[in-house]
Structure formats: structure tokens, C-alpha cells
Design a protein around this ligand. Structure first.
Ligand code: NAD
Length: 395
């Protein structure tokens, strides 16, 4: 297949571009380096050294495995760029990761909320309009988020809910109660994409993804220059990754609030598998297909205790501390989200196991020198006040 991967220099986009190229697909990798600039802006950096976007692609192409990756550096918010690259590559499918994806980043200030929503919503609209001009048959696979649903007190379905109201029934998009201005941008994307499936007969898959953990895929381990980023600070680091880094390096594992916050999680290798399955089984014309893309759900306390248990067996003495929650969210709540569609397509999950956490601990310890302890320990953005002095000091 000819495929465009948007956001191909990111944590997931880069391993995905590699994974598809390894299977022989003709991949055009697009990114504008925004994420590296957002890191520079806030004084954050991944735990590990990562090669530049071009060096990564050159390294892969020199290895001679699978198909070579093509590269185009540009902004998805630039419509001419999106149109020209789509015309030139003539894709059968698009995988769209290219967004500002940090909830705390979107809560730093008015400017950051606006930048997040403009970047994400305009970029997504540009892709939709380019699809209409170039080829309405293209299958769009878009990364959404489980955070779009929030934490309702009823079961979360995969995208749709059948409602009976005043004696009449309909199946409608599942109600959304997002957690942040970032998640709100994803909800807007979902509605815009759904609209285009109805009016332009597009085929689209919206992957409401859980929190991704892990760093190693079959391809990223082939050469150090193929490694993907592994973030640890409170703006970019996701829960399990951050807990492993804190505990492995002898810092307290910081749980926000009471720790009953429950979310869906998945191994980065399963992200690769889910997206590949979605590409191999495209949505039908006119179909807005929604998959909840995660394999297990945990509370923050369960995650922290699991990590602490593995570290304890390695002779470390991790501590778990509860911080005042910088976010505004329910800390104890019902959570039961359906996630059977990808399993029905054949997904064979990697469940969170001690061995995975062990391998992450080894990875973290090998890269320990890069850690800025203040960014590891202190939440720098609160939902009520925006960024605090620690964020501005590093900016
Ligand atoms: P990331 O920040 O590491 O990667 C996103 C990439 O998109 C970056 O390289 C960035 O430079 C690029 N980008 C952003 N705006 C762009 C633009 N206007 N033009 C071109 N490139 C642009 O994020 P990630 O963790 O790899 O997440 C990828 C996708 O998956 C995101 O859409 C995110 O919302 C979604 N997601 C991620 C997680 C997770 O746990 N990481 C969970 C749920 C959903």
C-alpha cells in the first residue's frame, strides 16, 4: 500500500512508519518538527538521545530492510503542502498522528489552548479537504483518544450509543466529556471526520487510543539511531513510562490525587498491530468506524503498585507518594470501556508484564544521566492556574 504517516517523527508515528516500511509498504513520512520545538520551548527533552528526523530515515533506508521511507518536512496546517504531498504520493491510506498531544501543554495558557486547537483542528481539516481533491476513496486512520469520552458513570461503548428517548430510538455518537483543551480538539476532529463520511462518503477509522507505554518495537531496536523518544516530565511523560522512570532512578513515584483514576493502556507494540489491522481491514465508503484502542484498564494506584512490585524484586526500595492533583478530574469513579472490535479483527495483546517493566527499567538506568530531577518530580501545569514558576523557569 502507499501510505502517508503524518506526525512521523513522534513517539508513536516514528515506530509506525518503520513498522509499515518493514512490511513493504511505500511510506511517505511527514512531520514539521513541532514536537522538538515544543520541547525546546518548555526546556524538556526525552530521556534518551534521539536522532534527527532525516538521520532516522537515512539510517532505515541504509539498512536495506523492507521498503525505503520517503520523507517530507512540512506543516499539516499549510494546505498547499498537504495537497501537493498527497497528490505526489497518491496514497491508499493515511495514518494521522500529527497533532499537539499533551493535555497539560494545552492547559499552560490561553495561547497554548489556542495553538493546540488551531494546530489539531486545522491540520485535520486540511487533510480532509485534500482527500476530497485528490481521492475520496483514501482510507483515513486517525488517532483519537480514550480521553474524549471522559469518565461517565455508565459503560463506554465503541463510538456509538443506542438511546431510547420519549419512546423513540436512535444510535448516536457516544457523548463526550473530555478532560482538557487538547482532548476537546480530538472531539472536534472526530465530529469533522464523521461529517465527511456522511457528506463526502469518506471511509474513516477513528482510533480512540488509551495511554501508550513502552519504547521498543521490532524495528526501533535495530539501530540506536532508530530509537523513538521516551518522555518523563509531567507535560509529555505518560503515566506508566513516568512511574518506571521515577521508581528506577530512586525518586518517589508520584500519583496525582487519590489514585483511583482509571484509564485504558496499551503496549506500543500493540499500537503497531492495531493500526496495521485497521489498515488491512479498511472502513467501508461512508463509514465512520470507531475502535477503542487499548488492551487493559488500570487505576493509577494499580499501575504505581505494579511498578513498585517489579522494582522491589530488583532490590530497589521504591516509594509511592500522592500529590495534590494538578488536574481537575474524578479520582474515584466507575470505568468500564468496551474494546472488542480490534480483538475481533485478530489483535493478540501484549498484556502488561513484569518482563516489560523490567526491560524499561534497564533502558531507563542506561539513560539516567539525562534526567532533570525537578522536571521528574514536579507537575509544572495545573488545570486551575496554568503553568507554574517551574515551567517558566525551564522555558
Ligand atoms: P508526539 O508528540 O510524540 O508526536 C506527534 C508528532 O506530530 C510530532 O513529531 C510533531 O512534530 C508532529 N506534528 C504536530 N503537529 C504537526 C503539524 N501541524 N504538522 C506536521 N507535524 C506535526 O505524539 P505521540 O505520543 O506519538 O502521539 C501520536 C498521536 O497519538 C497523537 O495524535 C496523540 O493524540 C495520539 N495519542 C497518543 C497517546 C500516547 O499515549 N502517546 C495516547 C492516545 C492518543
Amino acid at each position: 500500500m502507499r501510505i502517508i504517516v503524518y506526525g512521523a517523527d513522534g513517539y508513536i508515528g516514528w515506530p509506525m512508519a518503520l513498522h509499515l516500511a518493514a512490511q513493504g509498504h511505500d511510506v511517505l513520512a511527514i512531520d514539521n518538527g513541532a514536537r522538538r520545538r515544543w520541547d525546546a520551548e518548555g526546556g524538556t527533552r526525552p530521556l534518551n538521545e534521539i536522532a534527527s528526523f532525516t538521520e532516522r530515515v537515512e539510517t532505515w533506508n541504509a539498512l536495506g530492510k523492507g521498503a525505503p521511507i520517503r520523507i517530507a518536512e512540512g506543516d499539516i496546517c499549510d494546505y498547499d503542502f498537504v495537497l501537493e504531498t498527497m497528490r505526489a504520493h497518491d496514497p491508499e491510506a493515511l495514518v494521522h498522528f500529527g497533532e499537539q498531544r499533551s493535555a497539560p501543554y494545552s492547559m499552560i495558557s490561553r495561547d497554548h489552548a489556542v495553538r493546540t486547537q488551531v494546530n489539531n483542528i486545522v491540520g485535520n481539516l486540511n487533510i480532509l479537504f485534500a482527500m476530497r481533491e485528490v481521492n475520496p476513496e483514501i482510507h483515513l486512520v486517525k488517532l483519537g483518544s480514550m480521553g474524549e469520552y471522559g469518565t461517565p458513570n455508565i459503560d463506554i461503548e465503541e463510538g456509538y450509543l443506542t438511546i431510547t428517548h420519549n419512546g423513540r430510538s436512535d444510535t448516536l455518537p457516544y457523548p463526550k466529556l473530555p478532560h482538557s483543551f487538547y482532548h476537546l480538539s480530538k472531539v472536534a476532529d472526530s465530529y469533522n471526520i464523521h461529517f465527511t463520511t456522511r457528506v463526502w462518503n469518506f471511509r474513516a477509522t477513528d482510533l480512540n487510543q488509551g495511554v501508550v507505554y513502552g519504547v521498543a518495537t521490532d524495528e526501533t531496536v535495530l539501530d540506536p539511531r532508530l530509537a523513538t523518544r521516551f518522555d518523563y516530565d509531567s507535560v509529555w511523560g505518560t503515566a506508566l513510562n513516568r512511574f518506571v522512570i521515577q521508581g528506577s532512578l530512586g525518586y518517589p513515584i508520584t500519583v496525582y490525587g487519590r489514585g483511583g483514576q482509571t484509564r485504558g493502556y496499551l503496549d506500543i507494540r500493540d499500537t503497531m498491530a492495531c493500526i496495521t489491522l485497521a489498515l488491512e481491514h479498511p472502513a467501508a465508503p461512508g463509514e465512520f468506524r470507531v475502535f477503542n484502542q487499548f488492551t487493559e484498564q488500570f487505576t493509577l494506584n494499580e499501575l504505581a503498585e505494579t511498578v513498585a512490585g517489579v522494582l522491589g524484586r530488583r532490590g530497589l526500595e521504591p516509594t509511592i507518594v500522592h500529590l495534590d492533583n494538578p488536574r481537575i478530574e474524578k479520582e474515584e469513579h466507575y470505568y468500564n470501556a468496551r474494546h472488542s472490535a480490534l480483538l475481533d479483527l485478530g489483535l493478540q495483546p501484549h498484556y502488561l508484564a513484569d518482563t516489560l517493566i523490567d526491560s524499561l527499567v534497564d533502558f531507563v538506568q542506561a539513560n539516567a544521566a539525562n534526567v532533570d530531577p525537578e522536571l521528574l518530580e514536579t507537575p509544572t501545569v495545573t488545570w486551575r492556574e496554568g503553568a507554574n514558576e517551574v515551567w517558566y523557569r525551564h522555558a
